[in-house]
Design a protein around this ligand. Structure first.
Ligand code: SAH
Length: 242
């Protein structure tokens, strides 16, 4: 068990976001960290593994969504390109009532997340293997989510083609980005329109505990996405909509 002083950075980050965790939620984060470190010995899940760095750059960074959406209630949430579970798993720990789906094209990462779901006892959580371009065509998943989140997966113009088809009309897509996004946003405006979205808010801030710039790009889904999108796997990054 970690001592209180080890958790200082975590508490500072949570304070900066104006949130607090119960002891049980804190235990879930610590267990998640231990599972991550253990599994990272045999597969490449994360480049950072030092406790304070994981807390700041993975846990707190994931939770920064509260700046844009203070409570997720019982929303149905998709984490697209979740990797080792970011931002989806921290959001699920913070908001236990959400229904969470973790999507990734790398099966091994999802096997890790199946273990995380089991060991952390996460309810209403599942993993789905495949490329977003294929899964978004399946009626069971298309336009079914209140919220789609995604961090470090692709440029915004590509990302909206992957993500907006999953979001219900009236729902939201939030892209986690660094601070340097003016050009990316500009290039993505055609794709956002085409896919039925509208940029509602761009929130800029620094990640608590340092000077790393962050942006949350919040795109509201106004209209149904045309059936033609997303295009076949690999097409969007090669020929981004513009
Ligand atoms: N969101 C995590 C992981 C980022 S790495 C984090 O921020 O730490 C990008 C992840 O997206 C990888 O795990 C990769 O397998 C996945 N990915 C990339 N393109 C994808 C696609 N088209 N469909 C599904 N997953 C994809």
């Amino acid at each position: 068990m970690r001592k209180e002083q080890d958790l200082e950075i975590f508490y500072e980050g949570l304070n900066a976001l104006g949130i607090s965790l119960s002891d049980a939620q804190m235990e879930q984060f610590l267990l998640y960290y231990n599972l991550l470190v253990e599994k990272n010995k045999v597969m490449n899940l994360t480049a950072i593994i030092n406790f304070d760095s994981v807390v700041r750059k993975h846990f707190i960074d994931s939770l920064c969504l509260v700046k844009a959406m203070p409570d997720l209630g019982s929303m149905k949430v998709l984490d697209l390109g979740t990797g080792a579970g970011f931002p989806g798993v921290p959001l699920k720990i913070m908001f236990p009532d959400i229904e969470l789906m973790l999507l990734d094209s790398t099966k091994k990462k999802l096997r890790f997340l199946d273990i995380v779901i089991e060991k952390l006892n996460l309810s209403k959580s599942s993993t789905i293997h495949g490329r977003a371009e294929d899964i978004a065509k399946i009626p069971e998943y298309r336009e079914q989510f209140d919220l789609c989140v995604s961090r470090a997966v692709a440029d915004l113009s590509v990302l909206v083609e992957y993500s907006l088809p999953f979001v219900k009309v009236g729902g939201t897509f939030v892209a986690y980005k660094s601070d340097d996004i003016v050009e990316e946003l500009d290039i993505a405006s055609t794709a956002i329109n085409l896919l039925g979205g509208k940029t509602d808010r761009v929130l800029k801030f620094t990640l608590p505990g340092g000077d790393d710039g962050r942006s949350l790009i919040c795109i509201g889904k106004r209209n149904t996405s045309p059936d033609a999108y997303p295009r076949k796997p690999g097409v969007a990054p090669r020929e981004p909509l513009k």
